[in-house]
Ligand binder design. Sequence first.
Ligand SMILES: N=c1c2ncn([C@@H]3O[C@H](COP(=O)(O)OP(=O)(O)OP(=O)(O)O)[C@@H](O)[C@H]3O)c2ncn1[C@@H]1O[C@H](COP(=O)(O)O)[C@@H](O)[C@H]1O
Length: 126
Amino acid sequence: MGLPEAAVLDRLWDTVEERRLSGDTTISHSARLLARGTAKVAQKLGEEAVEAVIEAMAGNRRALIGESADLLYHLIVTWVDAGIRPEDVWAELVRREGISGIAEKAARQNLSSAGVVKAGETTKLP
Ligand SMILES: N=c1c2ncn([C@@H]3O[C@H](COP(=O)(O)OP(=O)(O)OP(=O)(O)O)[C@@H](O)[C@H]3O)c2ncn1[C@@H]1O[C@H](COP(=O)(O)O)[C@@H](O)[C@H]1O
């Protein structure tokens, strides 16, 4: 295998989806977490995000790599629970490619100040 690459995320999604469909909750962490329901899945996502924040603030590069993997895993479990496929998210990132985040936000603010978009509404595609 060459350098690790992002395709691992697609493989991980396939594995977690398989655990949702036929995983044994006594041996599969994913099956057990998904069986606990959306609130628990979302809680764990939040917890892992905070753990990544803590390591980033502490400047613990190695620990932040580990917490990043935990966060990505729990984000994928959240996608599986919500019926989101990786390509749904990859398509959104591709749509945004080449559009500066600053220009994107300014355009949204112009739309809302022109009354085209009500404040609080987003012009981001669903
Ligand atoms: N990438 C991961 C991965 N990252 C983290 N974790 C698990 O996530 C859990 C996080 O620990 P926590 O204490 O935060 O969560 P918890 O055990 O629910 O504890 P509580 O908060 O409920 O008390 C640990 O058990 C980690 O092992 C993962 N479990 C699985 N995977 C991948 O998913 C695949 C399928 O795993 P299973 O579903 O277990 O078969 C594996 O082959 C891996 O590729």
